[in-house]
Design a binder for this molecule. Sequence first.
Ligand SMILES: Nc1ncnc2c1ncn2[C@@H]1O[C@H](COP(=O)(O)OP(=O)(O)O)[C@@H](O)[C@H]1O
Ligand SMILES: [Mg+2]
Length: 280
Amino acid sequence: MLSVSDKEKTRESEKVVIAPRDLTREEHGAIICYPGTDLASFPSRVSQLGSLGIECLILEGDSKVGKYGIVGRGCVSTVVKARLSSEKEPVALKIRRVDANRSDMEHDYELQKYANSFDVGPRAIAASKDLFAMEYIDSIKLGRWFQLLKTRSSKKFLRALIRDTLEQCYLLDIHGLDHGELSNPAKHVLIRNHCKPAKTVIIDYESASRNRKTSNLTSVAQFFLLGGWQSAKVRKILRMQPEEDYSVSKRREELVAALREYKERLNRRSFEELLALVRC
Ligand SMILES: Nc1ncnc2c1ncn2[C@@H]1O[C@H](COP(=O)(O)OP(=O)(O)O)[C@@H](O)[C@H]1O
Ligand SMILES: [Mg+2]
């Protein structure tokens, strides 16, 4: 069995740091032009890396493209760690997939900058047609965290986590920015590592809109408190009701009513009332 330090060495040895000029179509085409079947835009993308000020890509992470580790992958992009000349810390670099149903990263960048204006989302740094550099969040995804969550876990941490996430949803709601993918926030809410009380970050504004009716808070509250297996864990930890009774319980009805009230009023008071009801 590997000791912790051996594991770390193995992980360390898997990390590949590479400057844009050293990228080749054969070796890195599938990362830069994911999924790698059409490499026509490779030279343009390498040149965009240069214009954006990317000094090197740091290929490491739990997701894989071939033998290389990356930070993550979505429907629109692959995400890698990178060094940007203007930044002290490594950044997260979204690289548009060649098969994405979006023609550029502009929308994602602009709406994330708007979210940043009221302190929501990773700090957006710079974008080009196919690239978007932002603050890298050292974190675990909400979905993975819930998989690991034990029903004897810390009530205090969970409360702070729910409160912090709902607070950001409230800010998105009152500023008229509908995220669009929060009905399943498992992949789009990141929980910062080594933070107590809990701090979360809502990522990925590519499906967001300022022209839709917002449903950020109601979607996430539904996920935390009313739907699915994860909400059963939440209710147990927060001791909100014996599970058997919950679906017909008064508390559930109260919660649904408070959410309706919040949706109608969309003000701080209805938000605070909701938090009080769920003891967060
Ligand atoms: N700023 C970031 N810091 C750390 N990890 C990130 C960051 N942005 C994205 N990721 C990771 O990359 C994955 C894909 O990113 P996402 O923005 O959802 O891409 P897409 O727009 O293609 O759906 C996320 O689920 C997350 O794991
Ligand atoms: Mg996504």
